[in-house]
Design a protein around this ligand. Structure first.
Ligand SMILES: Cc1cc2nc3c(=O)[nH]c(=O)nc-3n(C[C@H](O)[C@H](O)[C@H](O)COP(=O)(O)OP(=O)(O)OC[C@H]3O[C@@H](n4cnc5c(N)ncnc54)[C@H](O)[C@@H]3O)c2cc1C
Length: 403
């Protein structure tokens, strides 16, 4: 599958990791993690911390899946607002999902600091603004429910929003617990760290093409015809996981992003907050250094030819929308790309064992919080392998009614 079209900014910004280590023998290991993106990197790191015998396998060069196309905002807010999520599941579960994301941002910060991996992590405020009456109504409901559960949130009315953020809108939810990251750098940095420090086995350019269930696990076959015997199989293969999700339809969509040339820093907005709309799909903005990154304009197709044709038009729309929000900030587009995307009905990831198969575990962070979901998956699945149950595991399991 073509996971992105155009030139994502991150692999150009970072030095490409020319890792090449295809599997060239049969192997026996307790856990095989399929996918060397941010999810595979985080899951492997957590498993190694618990002393679990594991390896990572990827058909591409590590990090060059969706993780290299991500715009990488880290927010505890999920695409489905808490006030709506609480109508789809018990309110306490929806709150637990939000709290898990909040914790995951702190976990990521700590993990990168403790390993010394530079993943471009930066704490920045978040501003979610309403530019319609309907959105303002949702923002007010959302503010109430988040206050009720002591989740970090402040409300800005239109005057305060104009004064502090120079944004012309009806109101906004603001917090200071958000962050941003460089997903490609974080994923490849963490994999390198674990290869050097924990003897992680990472097999690149090795596709898992077949699998057979046996009594105590799986026998996997690779594209080169080698065999891997394992007790557990972790699917961290991102938007290409359809082949492992039999019977569960996945709607793949496309999301678009652009990055500007560096801008005179004195022209940028205060605090370089993450800025996003209360809308579906939403416009969102962040900075990286002195560049501005804008994303959104999602469409319900994953056809690579169609999105190749759509990219120039969508890039122009994103640029126009940014200019409308900040007419005083000069924006000259330098990068534009489109990436495969998917969400679930309730906005939550798929984490846990396959229905009726405890040997196949999923770490699929579908949605705008894919990266925080990956960190949550790492925690839940590593515990599961050693026979412990995470307190939030039931919220993300694959057989939950809200799906
Ligand atoms: C444009 C865009 C913007 C985004 N913005 C955000 C954001 O602001 N915040 C956020 O949290 N998330 C965001 N996301 C989502 C986030 O980027 C993803 O959730 C995350 O990168 C997925 O990482 P992953 O490791 O699961 O998948 P990937 O990075 O795609 O890695 C999966 C790997 O599995 C490998 N693989 C697949 N099948 C096989 C197989 N059979 N055998 C061997 N290997 C296989 C692939 O080669 C791939 O390298 C965004 C995504 C996009 C595209």
């Amino acid at each position: 599958m073509e996971l992105y079209t155009g030139t994502p900014y991150w692999p150009v910004k970072n030095k490409l990791w020319d890792y090449f280590n295809p599997l060239k023998e049969n192997l026996s290991v307790d856990v095989v993690i399929v996918g060397a993106g941010i999810t595979g990197a985080l899951v492997a790191h957590e498993m190694l911390r618990y002393g679990i015998d594991c390896c990572v396998v990827d058909k591409r060069t590590p990090g060059l899946g969706s993780s290299s196309a991500s715009t990488a905002l880290l927010q505890y807010e999920i695409d489905v607002p808490l006030c709506r999520m609480a109508e789809m599941m018990p309110e306490k579960d929806a709150v637990l999902a939000y709290r898990s994301c909040l914790e995951a941002i702190g976990d990521l910060e700590e993990l990168l600091a403790s390993t010394g991996v530079d993943g471009g992590f930066l704490r920045v405020p978040s501003v979610q603004y309403a530019d319609s009456r309907r959105a303002l109504h949702t923002i007010r409901r959302e503010y109430e429910i988040r206050r009720k559960h002591a989740l970090p949130v402040v409300y800005f009315d239109s005057d305060e929003l104009k004064r502090k953020m120079r944004i012309d809108a009806r109101g906004a939810l603001v917090n200071t617990v958000s962050a941003q990251i460089d997903t490609y750098k974080a994923a490849t940095g963490l994999l390198r760290h674990d290869i050097e420090r924990s003897a992680l086995r990472l097999y690149s350019h090795t596709e898992i093409t077949g699998r057979r269930r046996q009594d105590d696990g799986y026998v996997l076959t690779t594209s080169e015809g080698y065999r891997i015997d394992c007790k557990r199989l972790v699917i961290a293969s991102g938007f290409e996981a359809g082949e492992f999700l039999h019977g569960r339809p996945m709607e793949l969509t496309t999301t678009f992003a652009i990055a500007s040339e560096p801008v005179d820093p004195s022209r940028l907005w205060i605090g370089r907050s993450l800025i996003w709309q209360m809308r579906d799909p939403y416009l969102y903005i962040r900075t990286d250094g002195n560049r501005i990154i804008v994303g959104g304009e999602d469409v319900r197709t994953n056809d690579s030819e169609r999105r190749r044709l759509l990219l120039p038009e969508k890039a122009a729309v994103l640029e126009r929308k940014f200019r409308r929000l900040y007419p005083d900030i000069p924006f000259r587009r330098e990068f534009a790309w489109a990436g495969t995307f998917s969400t679930t009905r309730d906005g939550l990831p798929l984490i846990g064992a396959a229905e009726r198969d405890p040997h196949m575990l999923f770490a699929l962070g579908y949605g705008g919080n894919g990266i925080t979901f990956s960190r949550i998956a790492a925690r839940i699945l590593a515990k599961k392998v050693i026979g412990r149950v995470d307190a939030a595991a039931h919220v993300f399991r694959l057989d939950r009614p809200s799906l």
